[in-house]
Design a protein around this ligand. Structure first.
Ligand code: GTP
Ligand code: MG
Length: 454
């Protein structure tokens, strides 16, 4: 997600050596400056960052450790603005959030993503309000999203935004909802009419938070419009949507500092799980190639329950992992979002994530083939594929539209994978795996943890 930026930092870090002098520091700073500007970070933000890092490094003695510590501290400072981080619940439920933004910025999708995250990861009872009555299709769009993620919706094509908000708040009180998310109408540009409608809805909703959803691909415009919204209605957080389409990513680095409102979430794809909290300390770790273990743990916590995980591990250890388990696991992985975003959160795996590209596990040919094949097996066969004789294999192949050779190959691959998993689950197995990963591309994949300033 932050490929370009992470590369920039890595290059700059590489330019400064252990016993080094002012010349090496200058070189590193020049490199950093150049690449930050190239990544579209605002020039004022870059200037400030470079000046501070230079000053702090010199103060503490020029060297790689000091440089890293200064860079890390300055990044955290620049990414932080006064206000809440991530999703913060009101002291008294329901927490009411007003979603605002220009037309097509991603408000409705982000509303769905937030609802999904709160439901799946935090186990909260969420209510969505379709208060966009400008566009006919808007209500239907939200209806579909709500049905897909199984979250309740308040909608009425014939109502007014204010009426809908009132109905929703009453329902939330009566039925003890934890969170109410209000999707509003967008406009092509900031105009009086939009602001008047928003002000009305805001008054009726008395929200705990007002999020401004900005399209990351609009670059500096995102910063400018967010600033205007802050001035006019007092937003409490920014969400940058479509970050997956903004390969440079520099806007995310400057926006909190420039607008004076924290960047709270980043949208990284069109699907419901593609939303990530933007926590300055964690993002800094990721930018410097150290991964984001906390974020990963949070993401998996809601999805993979501990009991199942333990059962799976024990099965793997005993070499009993079978096709039924495989299908289960595939379902779970689906909920985590794109493979690339997950890999990017694992320390040292940033490079690997890049190589993976946007691999779509669910729709890859291999997975489709395996799924088709497994669904034609009997429950007994799924547990023990050795039961499959040649005639059964031929039947399976015909059922799944494969040739028998392919069936044999899948069965063999699965057996090997199962063996490997068993081996890895033993003592020392994980070490071997890490060694293998390093050889495959983790090399130079970031700052060794010992070098990170603390
Ligand atoms: N790739 C990508 N697409 C996104 C993301 N967020 C939203 N989109 C897409 O952007 C388009 C517009 O999103 P909406 O959520 O309908 O935007 P909106 O602000 O509600 O639009 P209006 O209601 O018309 O003002 C849709 O096609 C979404 O799928 C994201 O993070 N990544
Ligand atoms: Mg919308």
């Amino acid at each position: 997600m932050f490929d370009t930026l992470t590369d920039s930092f890595k290059n700059a870090i590489g330019k400064i050596r252990f016993h080094d002098d002012e010349k090496a520091l200058k070189k590193a700073l020049t490199e950093l400056k150049k690449s930050l500007l190239k990544a579209d970070v605002h020039h004022k933000v870059v200037k400030e960052l470079i000046a501070t890092v230079e000053r702090e490094t010199k103060k503490n003695g020029i060297g790689k450790d000091q440089f890293l510590a200064a860079l890390q501290a300055e990044l955290v400072r620049i990414l932080t603005a006064e206000g809440n981080q991530g999703f913060v619940f009101a002291s008294r439920p329901p927490t009411v959030v007003l979603m605002t933004g220009l037309q097509g910025s991603g408000k409705t999708t982000t509303t769905g993503k937030l609802a999904y995250m709160l439901k799946e990861q935090k186990k909260k009872k969420v209510l969505i309000v379709a208060a966009d009555l400008q566009r006919l299709a808007a209500v239907e769009q939200l209806r579909q999203i709500a049905a897909q993620i199984e979250v309740d919706l308040v909608a009425d094509e014939n109502g007014t935004p204010v009426e809908l908000v009132r109905t929703a708040l009453k329902k939330a009180e009566d039925e003890l909802y934890d969170v109410v998310l209000i999707d509003t109408a967008g406009r092509l540009a900031i105009d009086e009419e939009l602001m008047a409608e928003l002000a009305e809805v805001q008054q009726a909703a008395d929200p705990d938070e007002i999020f401004y959803v900005a399209d990351a691909m609009t670059g500096m415009d995102a910063v400018r419009t967010a600033a205007t919204f802050k001035e006019k209605i007092g937003i409490t957080g920014v969400v940058l949507s479509k970050f997956d389409g903004d390969s440079k990513g520099g806007v995310a680095l400057g926006i909190a500092h420039q607008v004076g409102v924290p960047l709270r979430f980043i949208g990284s794809g069109e699907k419901m799980p593609d939303l990530e909290p933007f926590i300055p300390e964690r993002i800094t770790g990721r930018l410097m190639g150290a991964g984001d273990i906390e974020g990963l743990a949070e993401k998996t916590a809601g999805v993979i329950d501990e009991k199942t995980a333990k059962r799976m591990t024990s099965k793997i250890k005993k070499g009993q992992f079978n096709f039924n388990d495989f299908l289960d696991q595939m379902e779970q992985i689906k909920k985590l979002g794109s493979m690339k975003s997950i890999m990017g959160m694992i320390p040292g795996m940033g490079n690997m994530a890049k190589q993976l590209g946007d691999m779509d596990l669910e729709n890859s040919d291999e997975v489709k083939q395996i799924k088709a094949m497994v669904s034609s097996m009997t429950p007994k066969e799924r547990e023990n594929p050795d039961l499959l004789n040649n005639s059964r294999k031929r039947r399976l192949a015909a059922g799944a539209g494969l040739d028998p050779m392919q069936v044999n190959r899948v069965l063999k691959q699965f057996k090997n994978a199962s063996k490997m998993a068993k081996k890895m689950s033993t003592k020392g197995g994980m070490k071997e795996m890490q060694k293998m990963m390093q050889q495959m591309g983790g090399q130079g994949g970031g700052v060794p943890p010992g070098l990170m300033g603390r």
